[in-house]
Design a protein around this ligand. Structure first.
Ligand SMILES: NC(=O)c1ccc[n+]([C@@H]2O[C@H](COP(=O)([O-])OP(=O)(O)OC[C@H]3O[C@@H](n4cnc5c(N)ncnc54)[C@H](OP(=O)(O)O)[C@@H]3O)[C@@H](O)[C@H]2O)c1
Length: 408
């Protein structure tokens, strides 16, 4: 007996779309064994071929792998309004129009699945939505951009500069020709907005995530940090603060014991902390055609076996933008007595105290590198501004967050 067909309309046939097409052909028999339905691609839309309305009319489910906001948003909305399930890998779309899309999915009783939008094949969305649905999450930390993690890993391993590591990432296909949204933190911010929405059950828009990137990180920072026992990563953080929620992406130092400290190269990882579960870390490949296609196919199979939806938010947590953090400070200073005491005094005036310090070099090469105990970011930045104006500073100080390894 031939199984009933399950027709998939594929929007986009680039890196992920073509890998998905290939994977589906290989795994159709397996999917049929699980679901009793035989999946097939019934139509493909690219810039130069295919017609959306025809594809929609001839499918049960739409896979959106175009990326970006327009026309992807329109297609996804139209598909759901026409009663089709949708699977997408589009983090831009979900981090900016997620609430509208999830509401439309609920209204039309269809599934909108998006595992591949965050951390590639690492099943973090499913774990937050299903396995940890009963946990009261206190904090998430994520390495959710493989390009930057590769660059920072290379800088730490070989002592090379940021520009050299970026060029290497481009040669190996880990970075786009235009890597701006990866290296400036925006790509990671979009993913953190989606994770925070799910973990804290509150609406989070990309605009509410503060972010900065890794373009200013120097080989020097990496070398000094290693002396202080620290490793540098681009870390996304979402955490409950005084009844609200703070979501951000920044370069941050980690002590060697932190589960994310050992995530190297283009890998992604997410750590979830809650009182009941202590800490769970998931890690794996964050991108790549075949890897991402595998997450997309997992979503397609889940959508073939209902039900699942992203419920309406039940919380409306205030988004907090001033949080306490420990900091690494790097200062190029004139080689003269009293410099450390003066810096310590300015920090003390702003409520910041020094945890550890390294003084290096002489004359033109004199540097003062330290880690300060947790302090409100606004206070630390006020102190840094005052330190920058001191006459013995040879260039503006650099301040980078340090994440302590205590779990909730
Ligand atoms: N690449 C990865 O490793 C990765 C990892 C995780 C998530 N993602 C996400 O997966 C999605 C797809 O990424 P990708 O790397 O596969 O992109 P891509 O290689 O640039 O492919 C995009 C596809 O969409 C088509 N397209 C673009 N604009 C269109 C339009 N206006 N109308 C119809 N078709 C259009 C393109 O058509 P043409 O073929 O005619 O150019 C192409 O086939 C994005 O949301 C991305 O963020 C990618």
């Amino acid at each position: 007996m031939t199984a009933e067909r399950f027709r998939i309309g594929l929007l986009g046939h680039g890196t992920v779309g073509s890998a998905f097409d290939e994977l589906l052909a290989q795994r159709a028999g397996h999917v049929e064994a699980i679901t009793g339905l035989r999946p097939e691609i019934s139509g493909v839309l690219t810039r130069s071929a295919g017609d959306f309305d025809e594809i929609l009319a001839g499918c049960e489910l739409v896979v959106e792998l175009i990326g970006g906001l327009d026309p992807a948003r329109d297609y996804v909305l139209r598909a759901m309004r026409a009663g089709r399930h949708v699977v997408t890998a589009n983090k831009q779309l979900l981090s900016q129009h997620g609430e509208q899309l999830w509401a439309t999915a609920r209204e039309h009783d269809v599934q909108l699945r998006f595992e591949a939008a965050v951390a590639g094949v690492v099943p973090v969305i499913r774990v937050l939505q299903e396995s940890l649905a009963g946990a009261h999450v206190e904090r998430l930390h994520g390495i959710v951009n493989g390009t930057t993690n590769y660059i920072l890993s290379e800088m730490a391993r070989s002592g090379c500069s940021y520009d050299e590591a970026l060029a290497g990432a481009q040669r190996l296909g880990y970075a786009e020709a235009d890597p701006s949204e990866d290296v400036n933190g925006k790509d990671a911010a979009a993913k953190m907005a989606i994770l925070a929405r799910l973990a804290f059950d509150t609406p989070v828009h990309l605009d509410q995530v503060s972010y900065d990137g890794i373009e200013q990180i120097t080989a020097d920072d990496m070398a000094y940090a290693q002396e202080l026992g620290l490793g540098l990563k681009l870390i996304g953080t979402a955490e409950r603060i005084d009844g609200g929620l703070a979501v951000s992406v920044h370069p941050a130092f980690l002590y060697a014991g932190h589960p994310l400290a050992s995530v190297h190269g283009p890998f992604n990882a997410v750590t979830v902390e809650s009182e009941a579960i202590t800490e769970i870390t998931m890690s794996g490949p964050g991108a790549g055609g075949p890897q991402t296609a595998s997450a997309v196919l997992g979503d397609v199979i889940s959508a073939m076996i209902p039900p699942a939806s992203t419920p309406e938010t039940t919380q409306s947590l205030a988004l907090v933008d001033d949080v306490e953090s420990s900091f690494y400070l790097h200062m190029e200073v004139a080689d003269r007595p009293g410099v450390l005491a003066r810096v310590a005094q300015v920090l003390g005036d702003h409520g910041a105290s020094i945890k550890s310090v390294v003084q290096k070099g002489l004359g033109e090469n004199a540097r003062l590198v330290m880690v300060v105990h947790p302090v409100l970011e606004s206070r630390l930045f006020a102190a840094v501004e005052q330190i920058a104006a001191l006459d013995f500073l040879r260039s503006p100080p650099r301040a980078i967050r340090v994440i302590d390894e205590q779990f909730v």
